[in-house]
Structure formats: structure tokens, C-alpha cells
Write a protein that binds this ligand. Structure first.
Ligand code: U2F
Length: 565
């Protein structure tokens, strides 16, 4: 049985030494230890201390290994990306606090040692049983495991979880389909189950949302912060001078400078001051803790377009700042933008931080067109006028992350053979009664009494609807306040689902297509999915209305349905 553990001493020893990235992670683990501990107590109470299996878990952080070049570690103190380090620190802490038996590796040698593969034997396959229940790694680590576990990776891959910042959509993950249909990238095509990829934000429900945490405030701190906000103080988002050089930055800074005192945390070398305008009070790159203090005073945290989708805006909002950011029109994606090119997703990024825009929004987040200087000017004035309270979505609190990771560990299973659906002996009449229409709605729900079938999330949460033409299932479910749930596709990939929704099929075909099951508006044809690996919430076509399995979600926790705990 797993027992919550609040002492992080053993974890800190595991993390090791010798790299700035590891020191950064350790500082973070230490700083947030008390917060994790009290979250663990609350969750334990909420779960009524019920039985949780203790898992043996290997965490192999591929991007920090020398063998993958480790470009991140040398830049930790120089304004390089820290978001990934934040996330890995929080992942290992969550696993440890949940009471699992965690081993951490940041080199091939350690990986070999933990897996019991003799060193220097190239791709000597791991012949025996895998000594872990779960392996958390990243794309670099996955590649290393392929090289060094050889064929046995295929046998063990259901135990693997890939921490994947921006996400991997099913069309890119499916090797054959990606190759045939132009979705092949340097990263994707591992033929994993889509939910084995775990993202930094809830980008697409095709993947599991792993996330990270931000600091929480107690009541005294909240009051103190609100009383001491400096109304005309702005902090610019961007710890590297290159982030300040983007197009027209000077223009915005000049407008901002008219109203507010501008602070920055841009890294610089002693001999060479940073290339930021003289009127900016630059503090240099700050330790996380000191950045929090700065954010506590500031009224505005302002993004100039890069970095995309990082942790800092959540930290700023949690400390009572308003986050002002540019809208991207057209939205950026791997199809039209250099930064996202080659990433295994075609998700459209509508602003610098779509999560802040869509899940938090006003008054904490203002997303505007920076090309319109009047709009920009008006936004700054609005920021100075309104008062906002510190806000942190539950899913980014320690308790929220523990709750989510706990639910995944105890319920997600990609190893057991799937029980076929529909059950072989089920009659057509029975299948026709699987869905019932909700009163006055185009949404159908699962008639749980007609067939009982073990599933997680539980089938009672299933809501079936159709997308509009050109709409993805992510959007279709969202438009009804629901979340698309790929685990439910297999229950709606039957011809009876079409008739329940009122479609009259001219014909029924089965094909490999990440948009299926769907109804072709041109030909009246109903198309089913052949390969479960291609069940995908993402993706749309002007010629199809997709069948979408949606579900509800817990308040502040989109990853989990109401009955998922
Ligand atoms: C994102 O990576 P970044 O590291 O650029 O993300 P940020 O939002 O800037 O913040 C990461 C952390 O850096 C900390 C801050 C955040 O937790 O507290 N920090 C700090 O310690 N001192 C400072 O002076 C300023 C910030 C994203 F996370 C990655 O996944 C992407 O790859 C990257 C590019 O889009 O952006």
C-alpha cells in the first residue's frame, strides 16, 4: 500500500548533484515541501485513506542526460528555459509524496543500472521482467530506451509515460498513418496510446494532462499582497534579452512606460549589461523565490509573445497580477510557425498562453491584439484601474496535482488486453438502447442500465454528441461545457451510435482515419474507425460531422470526471 510521505529528504538524495538543473530542482523541492505536505494531508482525508497500490516507478529524465547533449543545464542560471525543470521537479515530488517507490535517473549509466541491463552491451534487450510498474520519461529518454532495450521496448512500452510539453496528437503518433498522410515528424510515431503522453497544460484530451504546481497563498499573505500592490508597477515576461527584441517591442515599452514603472528579470553578464531600454529596472535573473516577491508587488505581468505556454503567467496570476498578453491572429501552429514546426501536433495556439486565455480569462488575463495601439493603451489603463484577487486554478495547486496523478496511477491501464466492445453476444436491439437522449438536448447519455461494462472513466459520465462540420471533438465538447474523452471512443464506434443521433446512413464503412467515427455530409456515409490508436479528439474536416464522446469534469480539474476519483 502507498502511504503519503511528507518528508522529502530521501527524494532530495535521489535527485543527485553536479548539474545546475538538478540544483534548481532541489531548491524548488525544498521550498515547496511544506505546501506539498499539507496538500497530501487534505487529499488523504478526501480519499478517506482508502487503499492505493504502491508502484515501483522509474523517472528517467532524458533531456538532462549528457548523451542527449543536455543543452538545458548550462543555461539554468543564464536565462534559459526553466519550465521543464519546474515540471520534472513537481512530477518527482508528486510521485514521492503519494508514497510510491521512486528511482530517478539522469544518465544512461543510471538507466542501465536500474533496468538491470549490462553496461556497454549496446542494444542488449532486457530479457526478464521489467523491474518497474511505471516509467516516466521524455522523447529523448524514449529514444535512449529504444536503443538500449532493443526489441524488448515493444514488450514493455505500456508501462511508459512520456512527459511531452506541447503534446502529441494521435495522427502523428500512429507510425503507419503518419507516414502515409504527412504527419511524420522527428518526435512522433511511437504507436503509444495517446494518453501515455502527458502534457504541461491541458492542450488536448487526447493526451493526459500532467501539469505542475504554482505557489499557494495563505489568508494572511493574500491580504498582505492585496494591500501592498503597487498600482503602476509592471514586470515584463522574459528572462532572456532575445525575448525583448521581437518586432515593435520598443513601441509597446514606450507606451507602457508612459503609465507604469517597468521591471525586468533579464539575465546579463557582469561585463555586458542586457539589451533592454535604460528606463527598465532590470533585476537580472532572479531565484524563483525572489521572482515571487517581485510579482507580489506588481500589478501587471506583461508578455511580448515569447516564451509560449510557460509557468510564469500562472505564478504571476497566483500572486495577484493581471497578465496582459498578445492574441495571435492567425493562430500559430506547426503548420505556419517556426517554433512549432516539427512538433507532433497541429493545435492552434491562439495567444502567448492559451490556457491563461481560455481557462482563466478576465479579470486576471487580458488577451488583446498588440497591433492595435489604442487597444493596448486602453488595456494598460484598465489594468491600473481594476483590483483583482490572487487566483490559482485548483488543477495547478499541489492538492490538485496529487489528486490527478493519483487517479492516473490507480486507474490508467495500457497493459491489460482490452475486453472487446460490444460484448460478442450483445443483440442489435440491446445496442440500439445504449444511448438515451437528454431532455431538450442534442446530447445523448449512456443508458447505464442496459449494459454494464468496466471502464475508467466510468461510462455513466459519457455524453455523446456530434460536431458541426469543420469542428473538432475538442471544440464540440467544449461548446457544451464538456471535455472530449478519448477513452470513450470505443463505446461509440458502432453503427447504432449514428442511428441514436438521428443520422440515416447511406452506407457504413470502416477505415483508418483519425476523424472517424464521423458522418460524411457529402455522401451520407457513416464511417467507423478501424484502429483504436487513431481515436482522436483533435482534428476536423469541412466534409464531416464527427461523433464525439464527451464527459463532465470536476470543478477546477479538467482531467478528471466527477465520478473519476
Ligand atoms: C516555457 O519555458 P520558460 O522556462 O521560458 O518558462 P517561464 O514561464 O519563463 O518560467 C519558467 C520558470 O522560470 C522561473 C519562473 C518559472 O517557474 O519562476 N523564473 C525564475 O526563476 N527567475 C526569473 O527571473 C524568471 C523566471 C515553457 F515552460 C517551456 O515548456 C517552453 O519550451 C518554453 C518556450 O515556449 O517556454
Amino acid at each position: 500500500q502507498a502511504v503519503f510521505q511528507s518528508d522529502v529528504g530521501a527524494l532530495l538524495e535521489q535527485v543527485g548533484t553536479g548539474k545546475e538543473s538538478l540544483s534548481f530542482m532541489k531548491r524548488r523541492i525544498r521550498r515547496l515541501a511544506a505546501q506539498w505536505a499539507s496538500a497530501a494531508r487534505r487529499l488523504d482525508e478526501k480519499l478517506h485513506s482508502h487503499w492505493r497500490d504502491q508502484k515501483k516507478i522509474l523517472v528517467h529524465v532524458g533531456f538532462l542526460t549528457e548523451e542527449s547533449g543536455d543543452v538545458f543545464s548550462p543555461k539554468v542560471l543564464k536565462g534559459g528555459p526553466l519550465g521543464e525543470m519546474v515540471q520534472w521537479a513537481d512530477i518527482v515530488t508528486a510521485l514521492h509524496v503519494l508514497g510510491h517507490n521512486v528511482k530517478i535517473s539522469v544518465s544512461l549509466k543510471e538507466l542501465h543500472g536500474f533496468l538491470g541491463v549490462p553496461p556497454g552491451r549496446g542494444s542488449c534487450p532486457l530479457t526478464g521482467a521489467l523491474p518497474f510498474d511505471l516509467i516516466y520519461t521524455d522523447y529523448h529518454g524514449l529514444q535512449q530506451m529504444k536503443q538500449h532495450m532493443g526489441l524488448s521496448l515493444r514488450k514493455h512500452k505500456c508501462h511508459i509515460r512520456v512527459i511531452d510539453t506541447f503534446g502529441t496528437e494521435p495522427a502523428y503518433n500512429h507510425e503507419e498513418y503518419a507516414t502515409l498522410h504527412g504527419y511524420r515528424t522527428n518526435w512522433g510515431y511511437w504507436n503509444l496510446h495517446g494518453q501515455q503522453y502527458m502534457t504541461m497544460f491541458p492542450h488536448t484530451p487526447d493526451n493526459s494532462f500532467m501539469g505542475f504546481v504554482a505557489e499557494e497563498l495563505n489568508e494572511t499573505e493574500r491580504l498582505y499582497i492585496q494591500r501592498n500592490k503597487v498600482n503602476n508597477m509592471a514586470v515584463v515576461y522574459g528572462k532572456d534579452a532575445s525575448m525583448w527584441k521581437l518586432q515593435d517591442k520598443e513601441k509597446f515599452l514606450a507606451v507602457l512606460n508612459r503609465y507604469m514603472e517597468i521591471h525586468g528579470t533579464v539575465y546579463y553578464e557582469a561585463q555586458r549589461p542586457p539589451e533592454v531600454p535604460a528606463f527598465v529596472k532590470n533585476h537580472g535573473l532572479l531565484p524563483q523565490q525572489e521572482l515571487q516577491q517581485l510579482l507580489r508587488k506588481a500589478k501587471l505581468f506583461i508578455g511580448f509573445g515569447f516564451p509560449y505556454e510557460g509557468p510564469a503567467p500562472l505564478e504571476a496570476i497566483a500572486n495577484g497580477c493581471i497578465f496582459l498578453q498578445p492574441k495571435f491572429n492567425p493562430a500559430r501552429s506547426s503548420l505556419n510557425h517556426e517554433f512549432f514546426r516539427g512538433k507532433p501536433t497541429s493545435r492552434k495556439v491562439s495567444s502567448q498562453h492559451p490556457y491563461a486565455e481560455q481557462y482563466i480569462g478576465k479579470p486576471h488575463v487580458i488577451t488583446i491584439d498588440y497591433n492595435n495601439s489604442q487597444e493596448f493603451d486602453a488595456a494598460i489603463r484598465e489594468v491600473m484601474k481594476i483590483n483583482v484577487e490572487p487566483f490559482l486554478p485548483y488543477e495547478y495547486t499541489c492538492e490538485g496535482m496529487l489528486e490527478r496523478v493519483h487517479a492516473y496511477i490507480q486507474n490508467q491501464d495500457f497493459c491489460s488486453p482490452e475486453v472487446p466492445f460490444p460484448p460478442v453476444n450483445s443483440s442489435e436491439a440491446l445496442l440500439e438502447r445504449l444511448f438515451i437522449r437528454q431532455p431538450n438536448s442534442r446530447v445523448l447519455s449512456w443508458a447505464s442500465s442496459s449494459i454494464s461494462f468496466p471502464a475508467w472513466p466510468p461510462l455513466a459520465a459519457l455524453r455523446l454528441l456530434t460536431s458541426l462540420q469543420g469542428q473538432s471533438c475538442v471544440e464540440a465538447c467544449q461548446s457544451k461545457g464538456l471535455i472530449c474523452e478519448p477513452a470513450f471512443y470505443r463505446f461509440i464506434n458502432i453503427k447504432e451510435a449514428f442511428s441514436a443521433l438521428g443520422f440515416q446512413c447511406e452506407g457504413v464503412e470502416s477505415e483508418m482515419n483519425h476523424l472517424f467515427p464521423a458522418f460524411s455530409t457529402e455522401h451520407g456515409e457513416c464511417s467507423l474507425q478501424v484502429d483504436p490508436l487513431l481515436f482522436s479528439c483533435a482534428g476536423s474536416s469541412a466534409k464531416h460531422q464527427r461523433l464525439c464522446p464527451c464527459r463532465d469534469h470536476r470543478e477546477g480539474q479538467v482531467a478528471l470526471c466527477k465520478e473519476c476519483l
